[in-house]
Design a protein around this ligand. Sequence first.
Ligand SMILES: NC(=O)c1ccc[n+]([C@@H]2O[C@H](COP(=O)([O-])OP(=O)(O)OC[C@H]3O[C@@H](n4cnc5c(N)ncnc54)[C@H](O)[C@@H]3O)[C@@H](O)[C@H]2O)c1
Length: 254
Amino acid sequence: MQIQDRSFIVSGGASGLGASCVRMLVAAGGKVVIADLGQSQGESLAAELGEACRFVCCDVTDEAGVREAIQAATELAPLGGALACAGIAPAARIVGRDGPHDLALFEKVVRVNLIGTFNLLRLAAEAMAKNTPTADGERGVIVLTSSIAAEEGQLGQAAYAASKGAVASLTLPAARELSKHGIRVGTVMPGIFDTPLMGVMSDEVRTSLAAQIPFPPRFGQPEEFASLVRHLIENVYLNGTIIRLDGAVRMGTK
Ligand SMILES: NC(=O)c1ccc[n+]([C@@H]2O[C@H](COP(=O)([O-])OP(=O)(O)OC[C@H]3O[C@@H](n4cnc5c(N)ncnc54)[C@H](O)[C@@H]3O)[C@@H](O)[C@H]2O)c1
């Protein structure tokens, strides 16, 4: 899918990996709607990027809000793609000091990370299915964000790993089903990236985590994530696949 003169919706586009994709898309000539929460930096990022970018305040789990964000994107240009970057990662043990894992917290993580991702996928696919196809028969592309926690979930990551494993499992059936509309689906499994999500860690924890990464022995940069997302958008033969982006790290138990 070409980026120039197409619109894209980026959930969680106000911060971290999503924000880096927003910048990449605008720099490549695309139009972007940042779909993120009201308390996020979405408004200021959209103002900084000018006319090619709009902020629509929405919770990714909400049908009406995501519909509004997609509508805003289609008003900027034909909707070329949707990037699902919104996510949360609270840690909790299955049996902790204060008792069992809070069920409401488990549901919240699954709701934002999985149901929110599916909400965006289904509504964006519905909109993109109406596009005039390219010469390749392509109508759109959807990029999901899983995590290496889907494969190596650590202590305290039961809810997060379960939600990200489900996002990974969604990739192939979604690609198969949407192929008749000319819509591709790909998923990135990021390793450890330097974003506000990770910013809560102490320097000691950050240093110890970075030391586990074979090469390069540092956290990933959001621009490296955006670079892979750009390739997923532009390479029409990439479909139904999950790509780890992790410097060869394999996480241990904790
Ligand atoms: N940073 C990492 O190391 C890492 C590793 C693996 C996977 N990921 C995944 O990448 C994605 C982006 O993470 P990040 O590190 O950029 O985090 P981040 O906290 O910097 O950004 C996440 C964004 O999602 C938004 N968001 C949260 N809940 C939302 C909701 N209900 N509706 C709309 N927006 C919502 C937040 O406001 C924020 O702007 C997440 O899905 C995360 O799980 C991150």
